[in-house]
Design a protein around this ligand. Structure first.
Ligand code: NAP
Length: 254
């Protein structure tokens, strides 16, 4: 008998929810009945995604926010609480990769900006929503990391370093919040066909080299990452915390 995963009436906050993996997660959560706030910098893109996802059982609330700006994160948390209620599920998904090249050529400013968005953003947002989860002794935080946080990404070292930090944030927070009934997990996708990684998968040489490392010879679509988030967010994963769920077609299993 198939187990249907439902999130009826739950409130989810998904950063970077306007496109790519974040939008696929928002779609699967709203299909499962969760009300989803989707947050990113561009209001227009969010409105368009909200229109596309309208009509599903869960409501979609677009909220513009730059995750690298603490005051905008505060406004985001307030606005979601006021309009949808307390957050049950936080998906820290927005990220940036502005340093492509040898590690010794990366600048302090690039490193600081990437840490601010990829690591401090998730930490700050967790600080804003986790206390209410602790009070209710219920909640799920899911950080979208990357297999680049598990092994170095060639000429993407700062990105790898921020994702490795995000994985340790996940485990550290899981350890502290577990006794309070809040679960914290991470998903580590391999290469997924989105705007973010188009410089990799649109390049035939890189794409073929990457595919050769995978056990499944296809590139992932965002919709193939979303079910991992749906599962981790649900009651079916009630005994899973501090976990890194790798979704990479076997790329790191060798
Ligand atoms: N694609 C891959 O191959 C891959 C592999 C492993 C892990 N990941 C991870 O998956 C996550 C989602 O990436 P994706 O591939 O879905 O990328 P994407 O399609 O480019 O989407 C990124 C989303 O993040 C938002 N965003 C970017 N900077 C932001 C900021 N400063 N503040 C708020 N929102 C911001 C973007 O919207 P705005 O432009 O409107 O802000 C967009 O909605 C990231 O954490 C990425 O590291 C991706």
């Amino acid at each position: 008998m198939p187990v249907e995963i439902r999130l009826d009436g739950k409130v989810a906050l998904i950063t970077g929810g306007g496109r790519g993996i974040g939008k696929a997660i928002a779609r699967s959560f709203a299909e499962a009945g969760a009300h989803c706030a989707i947050a990113s910098r561009k209001a227009e893109a969010l409105e368009e995604a909200a229109r596309e996802l309208a009509g599903l059982p869960g409501r979609i609330l677009p909220v513009p926010c730059h995750v690298g700006r603490p005051e905008e994160l505060e406004k985001l948390a307030d606005s979601v609480q006021r309009q949808l209620g307390p957050v049950d599920i936080l998906i820290n998904n927005a990220a940036t990769n502005i340093q492509l090249g040898p590690i010794l050529e990366g600048t302090d400013a690039q490193f600081a900006k990437m840490m601010e968005i990829n690591v401090l953003g998730p930490l700050r947002l967790s600080r804003l929503v986790a206390p209410a989860m602790v009070q209710r002794r219920s909640g799920s935080i899911i950080n979208i990391a990357s297999i680049s946080g598990l092994r170095p990404q060639h000429h993407g070292s700062f990105y790898s370093m921020t994702k490795a930090a995000l994985l340790m944030l996940t485990r550290s927070l899981a350890e502290e919040l577990g006794p309070c009934g809040v679960r914290v997990n991470a998903i580590a996708p391999g290469l997924v066909q989105t705007d973010f990684s188009s410089y990799l998968w649109q390049n035939q040489v890189i794409r073929d080299r990457y595919l050769a490392t995978q056990m499944l010879s296809q590139l992932a679509a965002p919709a193939q990452i979303a079910p991992a988030a749906l599962f981790l967010a649900s009651d079916q994963a009630s005994f899973i915390t501090g976990h890194i769920l790798v979704v990479d077609g076997g790329a790191t299993a060798h």
